[in-house]
Design a protein around this ligand. Structure first.
Ligand code: ZN
Length: 258
């Protein structure tokens, strides 16, 4: 099953659900994380605007979780997970524009599988980790590479508005063990790698992160990117596809300084 967040006409955003590969949305009263009621599918998917499928309290990202991506930056593979945060203000949904800020000359895509947390937890064991997962979605960890390199901290390079496209849905049946993660820019394949190449597996990541901070329902964990990151330019269209999960598509636009 798939959870979405959407806006229909000018009504307030709400949650909906879809059968896998379904084309009609069922209205959800409440939220996927708690008390809720589902109506039968009735609204054609193409008539709504899809929003980021969750409103996380935080977005935790894992750096260099694929050896080939670490190697393309001449960076060592970490011995423990290397984590950082993106602000929720960076979230955009499918079809929304990634805005290239004037402060950077090198904004790059990073195609990633994202985990959506389903219930609150701290000190979660790797064995219990799957009980805390609501499902999976697709993310693009957009990065101002020049600023990331210049700053010791990654908040600026990773944190601009629009630098976290997520969606189109949360899939509750997806198996993350061995799925191909692909990124295309204007139809050209730039990144392709399997989730089986991850250095730290998802249960280990959840155990590690929850030993530091409480995970809340709706929180997102971006699990790292395969090799092949490359610059984005005004007018590009970037697609992140994950096998059996879907495709997240966003146009790219330059921002003119105010
Ligand atoms: Zn990343």
């Amino acid at each position: 099953m798939r959870w979405i967040r959407y806006q229909h006409n000018n009504e307030p955003p709400r949650y909906g659900w879809l059968e896998n590969d379904g084309t009609e949305i069922g209205i959800v009263h409440g939220a996927p994380f708690g008390e809720r009621q589902r109506e039968e599918p009735s609204i054609p998917l193409e008539t709504v605007r899809l929003l980021p499928p969750t409103t996380p309290s935080k977005i935790i990202c894992v750096g260099r979780n694929y050896a080939a991506h670490a190697a393309e930056h001449n960076a060592p593979v970490p011995e423990i997970p290397l984590i950082f945060l993106k602000p929720p203000s960076a979230l955009i949904g499918p079809g929304d524009a990634i805005i290239l800020p004037p402060q950077s000359q090198q904004v790059e895509h990073e195609a990633e599988l994202a985990v959506v947390i389903g219930k609150r937890g701290r000190w979660i064991s790797p064995e219990a980790a799957t009980d805390y997962i609501l499902g999976y979605t697709i993310a693009n960890d957009v990065t101002a590479r020049d600023l990331q390199r210049r700053d010791g901290q990654w908040t600026r390079g990773k944190g601009f508005d629009t630098f976290c496209p997520v969606g189109p849905w949360i899939d509750t049946n997806f198996d993350p063990a061995d799925a191909l993660v692909t990124c295309r820019v204007n139809g050209d394949t730039r990144q392709m790698g399997s989730t089986r190449e991850m250095i730290f597996r998802i249960p280990q990541l959840i155990a590690f992160i929850s030993s530091i901070m409480t995970l809340e329902p709706g929180d997102l964990i971006l699990t790292g990117t395969p090799s092949g990151v490359s610059p984005l330019h005004d007018g590009d269209v970037v697609e992140v596809e994950i096998d059996r999960l879907g495709t997240l598509t966003n146009p790219v636009k330059a921002e003119t300084p105010k």
